[in-house]
Design a protein. Structure first.
Length: 400
């Protein structure tokens, strides 16, 4: 039995040789919950180091996505780099990679190669379209997955174009799926006495599943979900509404009791009992009238009043926050959703905490993403047994 109040997967060794978002986020999540994660980068560095906002030349996104990891550099294009990677794999539980299909095989580091030296290995292979199928060799990123999965076609205003998110939605969802699949594989290996295995994780498929019963609806009813802005075909009122003082709130009414309370609050007894508004289908059919009643009431009141009155009515509502407002919100503060970490490059920095919270085996954010090659000596000399001279030669030869 593990020691209480310690991260739940302490003792697992993860080699994260992936780049950018989806793969590294799997490593981040496992590191948050106690795994020893070694970030392996090409000597040029993960492109995420230079993606998005930077401070003093330090990539902020990299700092988060690679927190709780030790960092080394290896050039897989060199025989010595391949050899050293295999040495790491011998003691690994998990390897994460996101090179284009066939690339690891070209280097002699494919699934069959690595399994032969570590039969207990779990290998997570992240690609845009998966390891099989006619698109397996296509380059793929989260943006492509958000379009290919059907997400973009159903997102946006009815008279507007398909809409993409301006953050790594598909990557984040793929990372969550990749993490639980990895834990499933480790449970099969460790609790069931099974072997290692590889996980074929495309970026588009997890998002496709999250979109819900669209295949079933199309198969049975021929329905293709259309863009509706912030409205829903399933119920009303469901939208974003602007308050008198210029803020936005979102509401959703997924039960008859909540609908009645919202309509009573915003339109009085007459609106609540209007025969046109008594079923979800009727409200959707008269959605302009329903939205008009709710928008009119919200538009006559300031944000704080709107939130207080909805709370009194026991109706679900949420302010549409930006990150500045999130920093000030007491719920975020009480839950510790944003944590401060002391970073060697930037000093005190704040980032999202590790979720979900666990009562007996909590996660821990120990440090932000490492400097490039920061742990080359610790791992290559201290753990793999290279000499200082060999380390210097590796650097000279462009292997690290």
């Amino acid at each position: 039995m593990s020691e209480p109040n310690r991260p739940p997967i302490e003792g697992l060794r993860v080699i994260d040789s992936s780049t950018v978002i989806a793969g590294p986020t799997i490593g981040m999540l496992m590191g948050d919950f106690g795994a020893d994660v070694i970030k392996v980068e090409h000597p040029r560095g993960d492109p995420l180091r230079n993606t998005g906002y930077q401070k003093d030349g330090v990539g902020l996104w990299f700092k988060m996505a690679n927190r709780n990891k030790r960092g080394i550099t290896l050039n897989f294009n060199t025989p010595r780099g391949q050899e050293l990677f295999k040495s790491l794999v011998r003691t690994a539980d998990v390897v994460i990679e996101n090179f284009r299909t066939g690339t690891m095989e070209k280097w002699g580091l494919g699934w069959e190669d690595l399994r032969s030296i570590n039969p207990k290995l779990v290998m997570v292979r992240v690609t845009g379209f998966g390891q099989t199928g006619p698109y397996k060799n296509r380059p793929g990123f989260g943006t492509i997955a958000e379009a290919f999965s059907g997400f973009a076609s159903m997102t946006g205003e009815a008279d507007g174009p398909p809409t993409l998110p301006n953050f790594g939605l598909a990557d984040g969802i793929a990372a969550a799926y990749g993490t639980f699949a990895t834990m499933f594989a480790l449970y099969h290996r460790d609790a069931k006495g099974g072997s290692g295995q590889y996980i074929d994780l495309s970026i588009y498929e997890p998002l496709f599943q999250v979109l819900g019963p669209q295949p079933l609806q199309f198969d049975q009813l021929g329905i293709i979900q259309e863009r509706l802005g912030n409205r829903s075909k399933n119920n009303a009122p469901r939208n974003t509404y602007r308050t008198r003082d210029g803020h936005w709130v979102a509401i959703s009414t997924n039960s008859p009791a909540i609908v009645k309370r919202v309509m009573t609050l915003c339109g009085g007894k007459v609106a609540a009992e209007d025969p046109r508004f008594q079923t979800p289908q009727d409200r959707v059919a008269h959605i302009d009238e329903v939205d008009g009643i709710v928008a009119s009431w919200i538009g006559r009141h300031d944000l704080q009043v709107v939130l207080e009155e909805f709370e009194k009515a026991e109706a679900a509502i949420g302010p549409a926050y930006d990150i500045g407002q999130i920093f000030q919100d007491p719920q975020y503060q009480a839950r510790g959703n944003i944590i401060e970490v002391l970073d060697e490059d930037l000093g005190p920095i704040k980032m999202t905490n590790a979720f979900p919270f666990m009562s007996e085996t909590p996660a821990e954010i120990r440090h932000a993403g490492p400097r490039k090659g920061e742990h080359n000596r610790d791992i290559l000399v201290g753990e793999l047994g290279l000499s200082e001279q060999e380390l210097a030669e590796l650097e000279k030869d462009g292997v690290i």
